[in-house]
Design a protein around this ligand. Structure first.
Ligand code: URA
Length: 205
């Protein structure tokens, strides 16, 4: 008689998706990126900052907010009295999306399907860190944090609000400061970020 070998190991179904961020194939962005960029910070951080996606420098170094936008963020954190090492820093999308212009890799805004595909990693970070306050830097971060592609910055930027048991503060993305057309707009956008970071601190009591 033939015996059918169904040892428990063999009977295990194959995982549909690999578990490690670096192996993530939930969307196509991994193809053109150097590496996935995970969040960084203490697992007990009380504040989590969520950006959009890694930029050119972040893609190369494997760390969030180490390029020009990171420099703006550093300045704003210092001015608000928030220590960078005390917060958890991450992005809504973990792979760099870009297009070549001349010799430069220029940032491209991720599509909603890419933000949604990547949301599982942000959820994992939120579950691990359990921050009391999430600061969404820009519209992509906000949509991912709320899991609502319809929310606009204008609707929520004025005041912190509660979402799923934690505070959310929405501010401009630091690169919005860099792109602003004149000094006045740059200063205003920057001040919104500083004010949001101060509000996040105040919420901790
Ligand atoms: N912009 C982001 O949103 N995140 C980074 O890590 C760098 C630039």
């Amino acid at each position: 008689a033939t015996t059918i070998d169904i040892t428990p190991e063999r009977a295990q179904p194959q995982r549909a998706q690999p578990d490690s961020l670096d192996q993530c194939r939930r969307c196509e962005l991994w193809r053109d990126a150097t590496q996935a960029v995970p969040g960084i910070g203490p697992t007990k951080a009380r504040i989590m900052l969520v950006g959009e996606q890694p930029g050119d420098q972040e893609d190369l170094q494997g760390l969030p907010f180490v390029g020009p936008a990171g420099a703006v963020l550093d300045r704003a954190l210092a001015e608000a009295g928030v220590e960078r090492g005390a917060v958890y820093l991450t992005n809504a999308v973990k792979h760099f999306k870009w297009e070549l212009r001349g010799k430069r890799r220029l940032h491209k805004t991720p599509a909603q399907r890419e933000v949604s595909a990547c949301h599982v990693w942000l959820e994992q970070e939120l579950a691990k860190v359990r921050p009391e306050v999430v600061v969404a830097l820009g519209a992509t971060a906000l949509k991912s944090v709320l899991q609502d592609s319809g929310t606009t910055m204008g609707a929520v930027m004025d005041a912190p609000f509660q979402h799923q048991g934690r505070w959310v503060v929405a501010v401009y993305h630091p690169s919005f400061v860099l792109r602003a057309r004149d000094e006045d707009s740059r200063r205003q956008a920057y001040e919104v970020i500083v004010a949001g970071l101060r509000a996040a601190l105040r919420l901790l009591g």
